[in-house]
Design a protein around this ligand. Structure first.
Ligand SMILES: *Cc1c(COP(=O)(O)O)cnc(C)c1O
Length: 351
């Protein structure tokens, strides 16, 4: 009998911030400041919780095959585009790779960035090609376009995780005009920026825009994300998707959350205020950010060293050591609740 796993799973896989969480847990400091995963620090508003609780009463049944009510809500929110929802944007990314990339084909990723594109593409048998961003972490449209030659799919994250900078929509448009394949533009943090890429969907049928309900909408634990799809991809996406990937509860909560504009605006104000305070009060270089986190250059200290020292003082941040094509002296710090942010500032400045 065979007990071996595929080589890509002997090591590798998504890297969680577990070590820092363990150190913080052992520190005896309660509560711990959780600034490693870019979550919304505030629980969802009552309307959203009520919708989720109501939906729970129907969970003896499978969810509708096409989450029509959620898809309609997305149209009301964004306009007349085509959408697909999944178990987090991660679920959508996995399906998109499955549908577009044959094993052995190249999938292009602008790095340093979110690691799951490469993990998921590799697991699908694709050959992952990394295009390194410039020193200021901008994406060179020409370099990206060249790497895309013959490739069915590429990934650009904007605003980018973990660097916080965005790629201007006109550069994305340039890439879309030049490439044959499809670009997946990860807009997980776009709500925190002043940019809007949605209208690019109108002029380009090789663009997918990924969105998540995990960040600004505070639903990370429910696992729901979605994408704007070009029309031709809607049918194939449905064939490649995991059946019933979006739970009834997640869909109901997401639909309610989309309507809570005032609530999300208040969180956005909080994020803006604290981006400013991090920039001015942290005694290291803080990169400008269009997201709900910042990248901090801790040189001459090292990523892991700082992450572990902060964890021992009750602050969990993300060491960026595991991000490909990033040097070993960065940490990524989310904007949390006031007390969490204050503790981070005072502890990092004391290291
Ligand atoms: C958080 C995040 C996602 C995934 O979010 P889900 O929780 O899977 O919806 C996708 N892309 C980036 C860049 C992220 O930071």
């Amino acid at each position: 009998m065979r007990r071996s796993v595929r080589r890509c799973f002997e090591e590798g896989g998504y890297v969680y911030a577990t070590r820092a969480a363990e150190i913080a847990g052992r520190s005896g400091i309660e509560p711990v400041a959780r600034l490693a995963s870019n979550e919304n620090p505030f629980p969802p508003p009552p309307v959203v919780l009520d919708a989720a609780i109501l939906a729970l009463r129907g969970v003896n049944r499978y969810p509708p095959e096409q989450q029509c009510s959620l898809l309609d809500a997305l149209k009301r929110h964004h306009g007349d585009y085509h959408f697909a929802a999944g178990a987090g944007m991660d679920g959508v990314i996995e399906t998109v790779i499955r549908v577009l990339a044959e094993p052995g084909e190249r999938v292009v990723v602008a790095t340093p960035t979110f690691s799951f594109y490469g993990v998921a593409a590799g697991a699908q048998g694709a050959d992952v090609v990394q295009v390194k961003r410039a020193a200021d972490f901008s994406v060179d449209p020409d370099a990206f376009t060249r790497a895309m030659e013959g490739a069915p799919l590429g990934f650009i994250c904007s605003p980018n995780n973990p660097t916080g900078n965005a790629t201007p929509p006109e550069n994305i448009a340039r890439i879309l005009e030049e490439i044959d394949g499809v670009l997946f533009l990860d807009n997980a943090y776009v709500d925190f920026s002043d940019l809007d890429y949605r209208t690019l969907m109108r002029d380009h049928d090789n663009l997918i825009i990924g969105r998540t309900m995990s960040k600004i909408y505070a639903l990370a634990g429910l696992r729901i994300g979605y994408a704007f799809l070009p029309e031709w991809l809607v049918g194939p996406y449905g064939k490649g998707a995991t059946p019933f990937a979006v739970s009834t509860v997640a869909a109901a909560a997401a639909e309610a959350a989309l309507g809570e504009r005032e609530w999300s605006e208040a969180y956005l104000d909080h994020v803006r205020t604290w981006r400013g305070r991090y920039t001015h009060e942290v005694g290291h270089r803080v990169y400008p950010s269009q997201a709900n986190f910042v990248l901090v250059d801790v040189a001459p200290l090292r990523s892991d060293e700082v992450t572990e020292a902060l964890a021992a003082r009750g602050v969990v941040v993300r060491s960026c050591r595991s991000f490909p094509d990033l040097e070993d002296h960065y940490i990524r710090v989310s904007i949390g609740d006031e007390w969490e942010n204050e503790r981070f500032i005072s502890e990092i400045n004391r290291l």
